[in-house]
Design a protein around this ligand. Structure first.
Ligand code: PLP
Length: 387
């Protein structure tokens, strides 16, 4: 059976060149990057080269990067670390109603502990209004955390404008850039970002390694206590192979990103154009133009996204119905509710995300099969019957 992977935003395949760069660090160069001997120094070089690559890619300085285990850890570190360091300043956090759970859950925890959290509403395309951010800031605000692009609907936020407001008001600005690093340009100075989270498995690197950018001089408490790795800011033995893989993945993105944006945007636009012609009563979710080059999200009326996903899976096609973290529960996506969809329409959503190895023939195979699947499911749907 033909196998077509259209779920890159959940996790991307690891580029074989990344794997090749990582390989020596499992056996031939086994040292602990904190050790003084030559094995340790070889490992340390791998770590520091990766830090240099990442820093230059996002316009940061190497000493402003710490390596973490994932995007979730980076996000948690910022929210808990800033709130703990700034108890003297205030207890108010501003975020949006459509953040990934790796941001909204730590915010919810702090709320239960007495912090005040403003969850800004987004418009029908998923955009946060910088004006709303401006209005929400108080003299107790310690952090603004707005994601760079949404993982479900692909909408890219005006982080430059939001960063400018944060800077003017003297409030730290964090952006969860897990879906954007390696896919669209990201620059911490252009956007006045103080903290930025990223994760290697979203840009063709290995799973289980991420990074956090911390602007020099920012007040943030550490999240892991233990050894003095990362200058005492993040304890734990360096995940050398993972970090080397992240660095190699960044180098490949530096080389490929410009072309990939063009190729993927063209495939994305083909799907966005053709799906409404092939299937009646579908709705595009997310911004029509301010969206990730690799994201397509549609609601298909009268049927459930899960049923479409399972039927496509039987044809060898992998897509998703929401973020990976919510798709295993039947909870309605807070993102789709956040852009104003009703529960039924939100449940009928399908996210298609493409990447480095998606071919036009994969897209065609999907476009051939989706209408048949929808037609069959609608024929069985009591909602479709009643319309
Ligand atoms: N933030 C966003 C926007 C994401 O899409 C994800 C993963 O889907 C995460 C955070 C969590 O990243 P990780 O899987 O590396 O913990």
């Amino acid at each position: 059976m033909k196998k077509v992977y259209l779920d890159y935003a959940t996790t991307s395949p690891c580029d074989p060149l990344v794997l090749k760069a990582m390989e020596p660090f499992f056996f031939d160069r086994p040292g602990n990057a904190s050790s003084m001997h030559s094995f340790g120094q070889e490992a340390k070089k791998g770590v520091e080269d990766s830090r240099d690559s990442l820093a230059s890619f996002i316009g940061a300085r190497p000493e402003e990067i710490i390596f973490t285990s994932c995007g979730t850890e980076s996000n948690n570190n910022v929210i808990f670390g800033v709130s703990s360091a700034l108890t003297d300043k205030g207890n108010h956090i501003i975020t949006s109603a459509i953040e990934h759970h790796a941001v909204s859950e730590p915010c919810g925890y702090l709320e239960r502990k007495g912090y005040k959290v403003t969850y800004l509403k987004v418009d029908k395309d998923g955009l946060v209004s910088p004006e709303d951010v401006k209005k929400a800031v108080t003299d107790k605000t310690i952090l603004i955390s707005i994601m760079h692009a949404n993982n479900e609907i692909g909408t890219v936020q005006p982080i430059k404008e939001i960063g400018k407001i944060a800077r003017e008001r003297g409030v730290y600005f964090h952006t969860d850039a897990v879906q954007t690093v390696g896919h669209i340009p990201v620059n911490v100075d252009d956007s006045n970002v103080d903290f930025l989270s990223l994760s290697a498995h979203k840009f063709y690197g290995p799973k289980g390694v991420g990074a956090l950018y911390i602007r020099k001089g920012s007040r943030i408490d550490k999240f892991f206590y233990g050894g003095d790795q990362e200058k005492g800011r993040r304890a734990s033995t360096y995940n050398t192979s993972g970090i080397v893989g992240l660095g190699k993945a960044i180098e490949l993105c530096r080389k490929n990103m410009g072309n990939e944006i063009k190729v993927q945007s063209a495939l994305r636009d083909k799907m966005i154009r053709e799906i409404p012609h092939l299937i009646p009563e579908v709705k595009l979710n997310g911004h029509p133009t301010l969206r990730l080059p690799n994201n397509i999200n549609f609601s298909v009326k009268y049927i459930e996204g899960e049923s479409i996903l399972l039927s496509l899976d039987m044809l060898g096609i992998a897509v998703s119905t929401g973020s990976a973290c919510t798709s295993s529960s039947l909870e309605t996506s807070h993102v789709l509710l956040g852009i104003g969809l009703d529960h039924a329409t939100a449940h009928g959503s399908l996210r298609i995300t493409i990447g480095r190895w998606t071919k036009e023939s994969d897209v065609n195979y999907f476009l051939e099969n989706l209408p048949k699947v929808v037609e069959r499911l609608r024929a069985m749907s009591p909602l479709y019957d009643k319309k």
